[in-house]
Design a protein around this ligand. Structure first.
Ligand code: URA
Length: 205
């Protein structure tokens, strides 16, 4: 797990944690913060050398080598897409929808749509909260069936329990977060966290 420390990320996250922050400010902070997360998450990507012609002469430049596919987990992951798209405008976007089955408490997929570049591409899964890790681990299970070259997962707030669960299920996946919080409460919310990310993004509470 890589913790992304940056004063601007810490600043935006603090505003997001505040229960008095309204939905539009929350969304804006998440978008800004996601831009900086994207910068760090993509820091080890490979480039290929190419020739370009400037108005003056030929120059050797670099281009991203492997297609990048962002996969937000519906619905809170959607809040991170704009920031990531600003940092990686050429990224393709897939979507995955998961809900928690009431009886078993297990995550169940209800929607999935991916671009064909997922095969052999670099997939960056987006979800602001890494809580129990079950939804994330299940999402990774599904994405692996499409044979991407690499999978990364990026959250804003996570907790040890979730990190351990996902790392155990998928040791090959790179995990990134802006903060590791204390614990989960009995309702599986992160403490102190920022509440229900989906509700806060979409103003549903
Ligand atoms: N999902 C959320 O939106 N918040 C949490 O604290 C945990 C899971």
């Amino acid at each position: 797990m890589k913790i992304i420390n940056h004063p601007l990320i810490a600043h935006q996250l603090t505003i997001m944690r505040d229960k008095n922050t309204n939905s539009s400010t929350f969304r804006l902070c998440l978008r800004c913060l996601s831009f900086f997360l994207a910068y760090e998450v993509t820091a080890n990507l490979k480039t290929k050398k190419i020739k370009v012609h400037t108005p003056i002469s030929m120059a050797i430049g670099e281009k991203n080598k492997t297609p990048i596919v962002l996969v937000p987990i519906l619905r809170a992951g959607l809040g991170m897409v704009d920031g990531f798209k600003e940092a990686i405008p050429f990224a393709r976007i897939g979507h995955i929808g998961m809900y928690r089955e009431e009886k078993t408490q297990q995550p169940v997929q209800y929607y999935a749509k991916f671009p064909k570049q997922i095969k052999n591409g670099i997939v960056i899964i987006l979800d602001p909260m890494l809580a129990t890790g079950k939804t994330i681990a299940r999402t990774i299970d599904l994405i692996k069936k499409y044979h991407p070259q690499k999978i990364k997962f990026c959250s804003v707030v996570s907790c040890r329990e979730g990190i351990e669960y996902v790392s155990k299920c998928h040791p090959d996946v790179e995990l990134y977060t802006a903060a590791i919080d204390k614990k989960l409460n009995k309702n599986k919310y992160i403490v102190p966290g920022l509440g229900d990310a989906g509700d806060r993004i979409f103003g549903t509470k």
